[in-house]
Design a protein around this ligand. Structure first.
Ligand code: HEM
Length: 523
């Protein structure tokens, strides 16, 4: 009797569940047809159940530095918008500006990142602007924002100091060298100390971003890291990579070993806690901090957050996430600018003329900002080689993308809650329907005309509420380094015939480095 009643309950449950699913499917279809929605073109999967083939192809493309090419080919084959399976769930791939407007701006509250990231990244970096949506994101954003004020990020003195050390070491006899690792040491937040000590030239242990983030170049200038930083660099990298792997592997992440990763997370926390304690101490003493050195301590991003909260976990989470956001970004941009300049002598000559015209007067934000050709070179570099080439969101509720559906790809597309939206800025920025027939050419002059691309046609720093807070800092530091290098060298020549090949982790840089030779400016 008990078995019978158990069976009956089970059957009722299954019937209710099936009816609910049917009702859901029906109401969704109704909603879709009411808005004229049609499905987008379907990716032809070999695995039609989970779509593991696309996952494997993407992994293979990453290891062969063909990730961006693979994406471009998919869009060439399927058009601006298509759908595919993502571990059995639905994913919509789109580089259509109207869809980007919907996802990043108009209907941005329908889309988020928390369901994708928080559970995968929390042990490493907790809750912050990278891992949350809604009020939690807003809280983090508001904490960070004051730390990016122009008055804080416009001091180029530390950058010049580090640049001088690099300049001393650059071979000036016309021999070829790789500028990329050198630049990465200049502005990269975290240096692999083992790698740096192995280099015979370049600036040792320098770090612009850690200075900005928490006020210390982690032992780089002295050549030995402080005790609390021992092992930190490896731990941070392992923790960060572990987050990326967990997101990429989706449900397969259970296969990843956890113990080592958690240890790396904990090591990263211990390191960050040291700076959090210091920032809180400055907060307590802030009224008595009077000297210029003290005021410098107050210019860090962490101190600016500690002014607003004394919650240690909040501060730790934010500063680790800020380290992640800053990681390799400016360095990748600077290094790519030199790649293009060394490969385009006429651009180099034109830019150098602009640089020489300002003579050696001190450089500041306004002066650099007014150098039109310089800014156009940077924009054009970000167009063809965006540092963040790809981005994604997940639908938090049922919502509609304005285009991409039906045979001609112009009907709206229904995205049900949980649908992944994936876009590729590298493809968007090379779209001939937006940029014209010469879209693949590096031509800074294209930015001189009156008609500028819309925010949804060119978005190297993202757009909408989550737009990059470090944009001005990154572009001004890049401007500064480029101007100073062109003051120092009258020729920067490429020593590499290979094209730029995107090595994509979170950011993209040239897999082949930046092999150049230089000729110092005649006195
Ligand atoms: C060339 C350099 C850089 C590029 C191309 C870049 C790009 C981006 C992009 C595309 C986003 C939006 C992410 C999204 O919508 O999901 C973003 C957000 C952000 N970036 Fe950058 N970034 C750069 C440098 C930096 C630097 C140096 C910092 C300094 C710490 C920084 C801090 C941030 C922050 C805090 C956010 C999140 C803003 C928010 O959600 O409120 N970025 N960045």
């Amino acid at each position: 009797m008990a078995v019978f009643s158990l069976l009956a309950s089970l059957v009722t449950f299954v019937a209710l569940f099936v009816s609910y699913r049917v009702f859901l499917a029906y109401s969704l279809r109704l909603k879709a047809s009411r808005h004229g929605c049609k499905p987008a073109r379907r990716y032809k999967h070999y695995d039609p159940v989970f779509g593991l083939d696309i996952f494997m192809q993407t992994g293979d493309a990453i290891t062969k530095n063909r990730f961006l090419i693979e994406h471009q080919q998919r869009y060439d084959n399927y058009g601006h918008t298509f759908e595919a399976l993502n571990f059995g769930s639905r994913a919509i791939y789109s580089v259509h500006p109207d869809n980007l407007r919907a996802v990043f701006s108009k209907n941005a509250s329908d889309w988020g990142i928390q369901p994708l990231r928080l559970h995968n990244m929390q042990p490493f970096c907790g809750t912050g602007f990278i891992t949350t949506d809604g009020p939690a994101w807003k809280f983090s954003h508001d904490l960070l924002k004051p730390g990016f004020h122009k008055s804080i990020i416009s001091d180029f003195a530390p950058l010049e100091e580090h640049l001088q050390m690099m300049l001393e070491q650059i071979p000036k006899d016309g021999s070829k060298f790789d500028l990329q690792p050198c630049i990465f040491k200049l502005v990269r937040p975290f240096l692999n100390l083992r790698y740096c000590t192995a280099l015979t030239w370049g600036m040792k242990y320098l770090d612009m971003n850690t200075l900005f983030l928490f006020g210390e170049a982690i032992g780089m200038l002295s050549g030995s890291p402080p005790v609390h930083a021992k092992g930190f660099l490896d731990a941070f990298q392992e923790g960060f990579n572990g987050c990326g792997m967990r997101i990429a592997l989706g449900p397969l992440k259970v296969l990843l070993p956890k113990k080592g990763w958690l240890k790396a997370c904990s090591k990263t926390h211990d390191f960050a806690d040291v700076y959090v304690e210091r920032a809180l101490q400055y907060r307590r003493e802030s009224l008595t901090l009077q000297t210029p050195e003290d005021r410098n301590k107050q210019r860090t991003l962490l101190f600016n957050m500690a002014r607003q909260t004394d919650n240690r976990v909040v501060l730790r989470d934010q500063i680790i996430q800020a380290m992640m956001a800053a990681s390799e970004t400016t360095a990748a941009l600077i290094s790519t600018v030199f790649h293009v300049l060394s490969n385009h002598p006429s651009v180099f000559t034109k830019l150098r003329a602009e640089v020489l015209a300002i003579e050696h007067a001190p450089l500041d934000f306004d002066k650099l900002g007014r150098m039109k050709y310089l800014q156009n070179v940077i924009l054009e570099t970000l167009r063809l080689y965006p540092v963040f080439p790809q981005n994604n969101r997940v639908a938090l509720r049922d919502t509609i993308l304005p285009t991409g559906g039906g045979h001609d790809g112009t009907s709206p597309v229904l995205a049900t809650a949980g649908t992944l939206f994936d876009t590729c800025f590298a493809t968007l920025h090379r779209d001939k329907t937006i940029w014209g027939a010469d879209a693949l050419e590096f031509r800074p002059e294209r930015w001189e005309g009156k008609s500028k691309p819309s925010t949804f046609e060119f978005m190297p720093f993202g757009t909408g509420l989550r737009q990059c807070l470090g944009q001005q800092k990154a572009t001004m530091e890049t401007s500064y380094i480029v101007v100073r290098m062109l003051q120092e060298f009258e020729e920067i020549k490429s020593e590499d015939d290979r094209p730029w090949q995107g090595q994509v982790a979170l950011t993209a840089k040239n897999a082949n480095g930046c092999l150049i030779s230089v000729r110092p400016a005649s006195p």
